[in-house]
Ligand binder design. Structure first.
Ligand SMILES: [Zn+2]
Length: 459
């Protein structure tokens, strides 16, 4: 340890990493963690903050963010920061007719100019037959994860099996990773059409609020996950499955991981803390793809998270303008989630004993950093790592309401829910971000984080 006085010193907290927890002070020089030990010297330290009774977590990393709807890149970063998040991975989507390289360049520039948080990018494509050829060039720009839709045939967003396995073939050669929205598109489209032309179709407000989940059954998510795993197996391509919703698909992921395949699974707070009842209660505001499912699925996801089959929780933040009184089927998919990630997973998982505090840090910090190649710069509290830190008060209660959330969505699916545990302050590379309930960081001065090959994931 060098003997310069610390620029920032957090004293008396419980430091939690993916490896364990202990009482220790955290000393920072510039933008980097310089010491993690009990009773560090306070002499001449510039900024000493007593965090006795609080947890000190690594900065939360949300790897599933869509900054192209009601919340811009700047909004997403600001709203995420209120919830204790310090690093974001945005999806740069190329829609039909778009140029993938150009879309990635635009989001990269937007993130650097307007974001408040360090970030990386995933690329995603709606027109794979034409856009696949851009993968090598995008790869050179520091993006190695590419997302494909197996459903949404009617909307024209789907990647068929021919082009999905071709993408996996290319990505395996490059050292990249495929990401799939896994639902069986043809089957879902048929069932949706059947309900829409059936006897209940006259009820334009609720036809799919009632039949939404029935037309997108867990079996069709399971089938697509199984199919994607088998294609990845043939091409020897790493596979990341975002937004898992269902207990019954877990067995295939577990089996692939046990066979040594690089298959990674994510779930989201909405699937861990809500059930499909919320669709009856809030209508299209809770229309999300894949759908929020049963209490049994929810428990299955917690079990998989504790067991290690699911390694990441991220938000799929996609706030959109919805008309709750309009035709359900015309309303877009998605909901605001980015602000409540840490408090919901802490309250729903740690306070109930479903996961440990250390597991919380693994699934929100360490594993996202490892899977996307950001570790140990991000995802841990260790000498030499970026000083991205969250001071979390486990004794503060907070009631989430539609009004006190910062997304432009104007609502939260957790309206009225009281959670125990709330982030009190955050630092990114030693600079204050969340401070006394407000965001004090300014846009710019952030780093783009190229993603690299995964290493050393904690199951
Ligand atoms: Zn998404």
């Amino acid at each position: 340890m060098d003997n310069r006085p610390f620029d920032l010193l957090l004293t008396g907290g419980i430091v939690v990493t993916g490896a364990g927890m202990r009482r220790a002070d955290v000393g920072v020089h510039g933008e980097t963690i310089a010491a993690v030990e009990a009773d560090l010297p306070r002499q001449n330290a510039q900024d000493v903050i007593d965090v006795t009774g609080k947890y000190v977590f690594p900065g939360i990393i949300d790897v599933h963010v869509h900054p192209v709807y009601l919340d811009s890149v700047q909004d997403c970063a600001r709203v995420a920061a209120y919830g204790g998040t310090t690093t974001l991975l945005y999806y740069a989507y190329a829609r039909t007719g778009d140029n993938l390289v150009q879309k990635v360049e635009e989001m990269l520039e937007d993130g650097l100019a307007n974001g408040l948080l360090d970030f990386g990018l995933h690329a995603g494509m709606f027109e794979a037959p034409r856009q696949l050829e851009d993968i090598p060039q995008v790869f050179e720009m520091g993006i190695r994860t590419f997302k494909f839709f197996m459903p949404y045939i009617k909307q024209g967003w789907t990647t068929d099996d021919y082009h999905l396995i071709k993408a996996m073939d290319m990505l395996a050669d490059l050292g990249g990773m495929a990401m799939v929205h896994a639902e069986n598109g043809g089957a879902i489209d048929y069932m949706e059409d059947k309900y829409l032309t059936g006897p209940d179709a006259a009820d334009k407000k609720h036809p799919l609020a009632k039949y939404f989940n029935a037309s997108r059954p867990a079996a069709m998510e399971e089938e697509a996950i199984f199919r994607a795993i088998r294609m990845a197996e043939v091409m020897d391509c790493p596979l990341y499955i975002p937004h898992n919703t269902t207990r019954r698909a877990i067995r295939h992921i577990r089996e692939a991981q046990a066979a040594g395949m690089p298959v990674y699974a994510e779930t989201c707070p909405q699937y861990l803390t809500l059930t499909q009842d919320v669709i009856e209660e809030r209508g299209a505001l809770a229309k999300i793809g894949p759908p929020i499912r049963t209490a049994e699925d929810r428990e299955g996801l917690w079990d998989a998270l504790a067991e290690g089959v699911i390694q990441v929780v991220a938000t799929d933040h996609a706030p959109k303008d919805k008309d709750v009184d309009g035709d359900f089927i015309e309303q877009p998919f998605g909901s605001p989630q980015i602000e409540t990630l840490l408090p919901l997973v802490y309250d729903g998982g740690v306070n109930t004993g479903k996961i440990s505090t250390v597991r919380l840090v693994q699934v929100l910090c360490e594993n996202p950093a490892r899977i996307f190649g950001l570790y140990p710069q991000k995802g841990t509290i260790a000498v030499g790592s970026d000083a991205d830190l969250v001071v979390f008060d486990p004794n503060r209660t907070f009631t989430i309401t539609d009004e006190n959330q910062h997304s432009n969505a104007g609502y939260s699916l957790y309206d009225g829910r009281t959670v125990l545990g709330w982030p009190e302050m955050t630092f990114q590379r030693g600079h204050r971000v969340l401070w006394q309930g407000e965001i004090v960081a300014q846009p710019g001065g952030v780093q783009f984080l190229p993603t690299l090959r995964a290493k050393g994931i904690r199951g």
